[in-house]
Design a protein around this ligand. Structure first.
Ligand code: NAD
Length: 325
């Protein structure tokens, strides 16, 4: 369909000419968003995009190193300044998401400055990579605390407000490492995969109140990935190329929940856990299935041809094949 480029609205002296894009622009006027870890990288890009479309944004960042050490107010302040000098509205928060009281303070900053909270973008993260053999349990716990519990604490503080107002958008930041694995990142992967379980439940608990909970699995050139992306990709993998997915998931236009969107360099795609057609091994109900039965059916059990999104193990198709209604 070809769209006309300009529309004339209202007659008289205040008549305005709007472009098609202006009329269909996704905006966040009246909405308040918080973005954790928004002092740099992906979080900064998300915050700038949301603010540029009218959202009032709490820029949270504790301003530490990529391994979680240190801390400074500068990172958050810089992004608040960027937003304000572009004409947007923003407030800074310097708490660590992995601190319960700190996480609550991020939501409180939104309430104190802007009177409400609508959008929660859980983005803050650190890495402490080592093979599992060499990783200390302290490093395991620290990474789990920032990514997984940080996401839980911040979301928990916002949740009652979202439910009470009958509207909310929660975005989690998972990772390919969590979904498929990456050498040296057992702590990070466990946290990133744990978020998916958290999302799968929250999407159910938020459904009635129009609170949608989704995740992105980004790829971007940031300080966290410095030296890891191929040089030919570094220019393409700008964080700004991920943010439109986050902003759409944060918008009123978002009509999905419990989804994961992979995003990087302008590529976007839905990610889904699938279940193979599988094998119903007839133990004929009189005898139990044996290990050898399983081994003989291995090809069918593992074959992903005709795989479907995984909803539950004994779905209707399986029950029918079992002869159970
Ligand atoms: P980044 O290091 O540039 O930014 C992370 C920001 O989070 C930093 O500004 C840091 O100060 C802040 N932060 C860290 N711990 C915090 C805490 N406890 N409380 C508040 N702020 C904290 O990294 P990035 O690449 O922009 O990463 C953003 C998110 O995206 C992370 O969750 C990361 O795991 C995820 N991710 C990134 C990629 C990628 O390719 N860059 C891939 C998959 C997932």
């Amino acid at each position: 369909m070809t769209m006309p480029h300009r529309f004339e609205c209202a007659a008289g002296p205040s008549r305005q000419i709007h472009t098609w894009l202006e009329l269909h622009m996704i905006r966040f006027d009246g909405r308040v968003a918080l973005v954790t870890g928004a002092g740099a990288g992906l979080g900064r890009a998300h915050a700038l995009l949301l603010a540029s479309r009218g959202a009032k944004v709490v820029v949270n960042d504790f301003g530490g190193n990529v391994d979680g050490a240190g801390g400074s107010e500068r990172a958050a302040d810089r992004v608040v300044e960027e937003i304000r000098s572009a004409g947007g509205q923003a407030a800074a928060n310097y708490a660590s998401v992995s601190d319960r009281a700190g996480a609550e303070s991020i939501v409180q900053t939104a309430l104190d400055h802007f009177g409400r909270i609508d959008i929660v973008v859980n983005n803050a993260g650190i890495i402490r990579d080592r093979s599992f053999a060499k990783m200390t349990l302290d490093d395991f716990e620290l990474v789990l605390n920032v990514h997984l519990l940080g996401t839980v604490y911040v979301t928990k503080a916002a949740w009652p407000h979202l439910l009470a107002q009958g509207y909310g958008r929660v975005i989690l930041t998972t990772s390919g490492s969590g979904l498929v694995g990456n050498f040296g990142q057992t702590n990070y992967s466990a946290a990133k995969a744990g978020m998916i379980g958290f999302m799968n439940n929250l999407k159910i608990e938020g459904a009635k109140a129009n609170v949608k909970v989704n995740a992105i699995s980004p790829v971007a050139e940031t300080r966290m990935t410095q030296g890891l992306n191929a040089p030919t990709l570094q220019d393409i993998l700008r964080p700004e190329q991920v943010s439109p997915a986050v902003a759409w998931l944060a918008s009123e236009a978002c009509d999905v929940t419990g989804e994961i969107i992979a995003a990087g360099g302008g590529y976007f795609s839905r990610v889904k856990l699938v279940k193979a057609t599988g094998a119903v091994i007839d133990g004929s109900r009189e005898r139990n299935v044996t290990i050898e039965d399983f081994a003989e059916n291995k090809t069918r059990i593992f074959d992903l041809t005709d795989a479907q999104p995984y909803e539950r193990t004994l779905d209707d198709h399986v029950l029918a094949r079992m002869g159970v209604k």
